[in-house]
Design a protein around this ligand. Sequence first.
Ligand code: FBP
Length: 560
Amino acid sequence: MKKLSPLQIERLKYQPKLPATLALGINSLEVAEGEATQSVRDQEQIQNLFKNTYGKPVVTFKNSISMSVSQPKNVGVILSGGQAPGGHNVIAGLYDALKQANSSNKLYGFLGGPSGIIDGKYVEFSDEFIDQYRNTGGFDIIGSGRTKLETEEQFQKSLEVCKKLNISAVVIIGGDDSNTNAALLAEWFVKNNTGIQVIGCPKTIDGDLKNDQIEISFGFDTATKTYAELIGNIQRDANSAKKYWHFIKIMGRSASHVALEAALQTQPNITLISEEVEERKMSLESIINYMSEVIVKRSNSGKNFGIAIIPEGLIEFIPEMKSMIANLNDIMAALENDPSFVNATTIREKFDIVENRLDSANAKVYSSLPVLIKEQLLADRDPHGNVQVSKIETEKLLIEMISTRLDELKSQGDFIGKFSAQSHFFGYEGRCAFPSNFDADYCYSLGFNAFALINFGLTGYLSSVRNLTQPADKWIAGGIPLTMMMNMERRHGEMKPVIQKALVRLDGPVFKQLEEHREDWAMNDRYLFPGAVQYFGPSCVCDVTTCTLQLEREKTLVNA
Ligand code: FBP
């Protein structure tokens, strides 16, 4: 028998909470429809592209007096993109709802992400199989992948697989891109009269799949708590040894929500926010100057140590870097099959090829970077043609450039202290942690609710559970039309319909909180030590969610 840790054993027994409406049972629901909806922007174009699924109403569930009995259904589920704590519970919630509705219903899991439905690789879930994964982190139950589900051929193949398994609904658990693809698949299935429904679930630790309807994506709660624990531990070490500056890069592909939340939970000395860097058009040099100033000031008061938080996506928000990377992405796409580049024997040769092709201003920026970063910028692109920012060691770039700046200051007599730095990257450490109680409950509810949407014949919807700062029994379950969250954006040189990514709002309450305190935190050590995620104990400790969600909800309620 497989050996389990004591926490694994305890977590398997945890019974996730559901909103009161859903807790009464999947067969005791009725649906309440709101007004017809519109996409956030570009209404005409989105309506044209989604002729069959555009404009549907937001729906919420309430309890009905009569019990409904549904026809047997087979459903398929896909985990898409990066891991996020709680994915297994979405599947467990979906499975429990489906079996509660009709014990002959079947749930199939497509293996390895969206490619599973295209290639017909799947498993059928059973009680024993699901039970091993309840309340656990990771996506290893069926695996995940980043294949983009978007071409006619892929849709055709998916249809054949669904027909073979008699599947009448597919649930896609993913971020903004995966849910954009869910919307495309839903539209295609309706257009081709297949009778197959598609429902999305909002996943990503990055926290950027949120809007007026979706309060937060799952995984953000646990991931940020995990990073906050690690930052707190490092703060304690820095404060004990008093000899290092720790530069900590925090995951989050583009938006800085994760870094911002982790900073509010720990109160470090410096926190960079990519969106602010972009808004204020801060060059790399001005970032270096700002950080160096804090380092010098702290040193002048005898503190040659500190903590700096750097969002993973920073590099793409620095104006001159953004322009250079966009130019570089196009060049890399063209060089993919170019023998002179592919067969270049040294990295220097590759640098030369790239620099010769970049526009002159961009070539200057590129050539000014340390070799390590230049090399990392040439690494393989993701399936969307973007630089994989998790592979770019921005924290090391900053350390190197700040060291040079401090040496200059030293030679001018403006810095007499010491600067010794350690770099860290917290990303993968947080993506597969045991889901917090919040994520365990939220994910289970999202999955259960996804089946409720299927049961009412809905398609092209995102499973939505709201009112999340209240206890779970007060959460509101329903569905949001995917097209409502869409607009047109340029991708690979073409305008495409996509779900809008939510960046950190500089006029929002979360950033304001940092802005209000950062000067104080820079000089006076106000470190907080959140400690490990708590799964048991008083609910004010183990069920409490993030500062981000609380501050944003408070603001929404005040404005309502
Ligand atoms: P999703 O948007 O798919 O949830 O993934 C987010 C993320 O965890 C980012 O924070 C990070 O930049 C990226 O995935 C890393 O991707 P990979 O797992 O492919 O290295």
